[in-house]
Design a protein around this ligand. Structure first.
Ligand code: CTP
Ligand code: MG
Length: 181
């Protein structure tokens, strides 16, 4: 695969994992997943991880995956690049895995004394990538092996933090997010 194809596959395959966190920011709120409970001195997850954000984010990411599946052939032909479609299990493992990675990061943030909204450099930018790729590798190993080749994974790890910083910066400037990370 040439560089352009690798970039295109990486971006296309990761879109269902990129969208959930942004949708959670837009619609999040209501009852926190941890129900306000603490572990030791601190909250288990904190008020920033809600049922509504998690469910809406997961459904939005999975819906986008199914939409992309419907057009992957047409778009791929137009670009002369073979793009993945997403079986249902992958649609959910990418989107829910992204949310799970973000939730795990909040758990680690609270355990390391970081308040809600505090920055955790590196973790903030890649938590959802690790969650999405990890869950998909377990849930659909054949699909994962076909599309997430080593060059694609390396591309995802390099490009995602840049995209994340860009989109969160925009959300911050638009007042959708309290902090730019
Ligand atoms: N959000 C949500 N449910 C999630 C993830 C995010 O409702 N599973 C919403 C919350 O309103 C949250 C906002 O999106 O405040 C921003 O998400 P994020 O930056 O991940 O949360 P923080 O509030 O910064 O909390 P934390 O320090 O735990 O990351
Ligand atoms: Mg945050």
């Amino acid at each position: 695969m040439d560089l352009v194809s690798t970039l295109a596959v990486a971006f296309w395959a990761m879109l269902p994992a990129y969208v959930p966190n942004n949708v959670a920011v837009l619609v999040g709120g209501g009852r926190p997943i941890d129900g306000g409970r603490t572990l030791g001195e601190r909250r288990i997850l904190g008020d920033g991880k809600t049922w509504r954000g998690t469910i809406a984010g997961t459904l939005a990411g999975a819906a986008l995956a199914l939409l992309l599946s419907a057009v992957s052939g047409t778009v791929g032909d137009a670009l002369s690049i073979s793009l993945p479609s997403f079986p249902l299990v992958v649609a959910f493992s990418l989107s829910f895995g992204a949310m799970l990675g973000d939730i795990t990061a909040s758990f680690l943030k609270r355990r390391t004394g970081r308040e809600r909204g505090a920055a955790f450099p590196g973790v903030d930018q890649l938590d959802f990538v690790v969650g999405a790729l990890g869950l998909t590798a377990v849930a659909a190993p054949a699909w994962f092996g076909e599309w997430f080749t080593v060059p694609v994974i390396v591309t995802v790890l390099v490009v995602t933090p840049l995209l994340h910083i860009g989109t969160n910066g925009i959300a911050y400037v638009l007042d959708l997010k309290k902090e730019p990370w």
